[in-house]
Design a protein around this ligand. Structure first.
Ligand code: DQA
Length: 145
């Protein structure tokens, strides 16, 4: 089972970016932990981070050939991007939306997710564990659907 892990804008700065909110792990640290879990579960991961909406959309479209699902932290595009939502809807791959922080207990503008209505589910508020829980959830969803 091949899965795509997508990281949105500013997540390349994890480790130094507002550590009180996002923790001290870097994106590379998170990817290493995901890779270890993927080995345990028996799936293969492809990782991609971009600060631009179009590149994330291209990655979603390309995932349609070969990948079974998408684990995505759309970062700020969560709250604004109808285009990313449409891309996910168009390819029809199961997507689990994850966030390090609990977006529902932060500013009002973070309470809305354009992605949630086209995602299998959303996991937020558990720091890097959100990604691990999200990977398990996506893997099991695909395996047992
Ligand atoms: C985030 C939450 C978003 O609101 C924010 O714009 C991010 C990170 C998170 O992982 O907590 O960049 O997606």
């Amino acid at each position: 089972m091949k899965l795509l892990v997508l990281h949105g804008p500013n997540l390349n700065l994890l480790g130094t970016r507002e550590p009180g909110i996002y923790g001290s792990q870097t994106l590379a640290d998170i990817n290493v932990s995901l890779e270890k879990l993927a080995v345990e579960l028996g799936c293969t991961l492809t990782f991609f981070q971009s600060n631009s909406e179009g590149e994330l959309i291209d990655a979603i479209q390309n995932a349609a050939s070969g990948c079974r699902g998408i684990l995505m932290n759309p970062a700020a595009y969560t709250h604004t991007s109808i285009a990313i939502r449409d891309a996910l809807s168009a390819v029809g791959l199961p997507c689990v939306e994850v966030h390090l922080s609990n977006i529902h207990r932060r500013e009002m503008f973070r309470h809305t997710s354009m992605i949630a209505p086209v995602a299998v589910g959303q996991i937020c508020g558990f720091g890097s564990d959100s990604y691990m829980l999200g990977l398990r959830a996506l893997f099991n969803y695909i395996k047992f659907q």
